[in-house]
Design a protein around this ligand. Structure first.
Ligand SMILES: C[S@@+](CC[C@H](N)C(=O)[O-])C[C@H]1O[C@@H](n2cnc3c(N)ncnc32)[C@H](O)[C@@H]1O
Length: 138
């Protein structure tokens, strides 16, 4: 089965494959970026400004393949891919809980990102602490 999605927007960031991107956006919380939501989804942005954080799902479009075993940065052992956040996945979907600083029309001013310039955005959801913080150990 093949599943097709269309992007709802795109990241504009100062991160490129040649610049150092943080391995997780939260590690550089001051790193500012813009998510441009495409005009056809403008109405869907309504009320997003009530969110302090948003969950963003994105297509890691510059990956070139995947491997079932990965070694996370700084780790001295390997893990099964699904136990890691490696971008090199069968379906290269990135996930971030990102600070939303301001909504300006269809432009979302955000900070704490790890996505390269031009990364397609697949979906945006509100981050809700009572739902999205289950506790427990990592
Ligand atoms: C380890 S992944 C984590 C992504 C996401 N926060 C997650 O947990 O799913 C982050 C890395 O992906 C890489 N990356 C960012 N944008 C990308 C893109 N559009 N295509 C491929 N790799 C990308 C960068 O090297 C960045 O450091």
């Amino acid at each position: 089965m093949i599943i097709e999605y269309r992007p709802v927007g795109v990241f504009h960031s100062n991160l490129t494959p040649r610049a150092n991107a943080p391995r997780q956006g939260i590690l550089e919380p001051e790193n500012r970026a813009v998510i441009e939501v495409f005009d056809e989804f403008a109405e869907a942005v309504k009320d997003l400004d009530e969110c302090e954080y948003i969950i963003v799902l994105y297509h890691l479009n510059q990956t070139t393949g995947w491997h079932p075993i990965a070694t996370p940065p700084g780790s001295d052992r390997t893990f099964g891919l699904f136990a890691t956040r490696s971008p090199n996945r069968p379906n290269p979907i990135g996930f971030g809980i990102i600070k939303l600083n301001k909504v300006d029309g269809t432009k979302l001013m955000v900070s704490g990102v790890d996505a390269f310039e031009g990364t397609p955005v697949l979906d945006i959801k509100p981050w809700i602490s009572s739902i999205d913080c289950p506790g427990g150990k990592a």
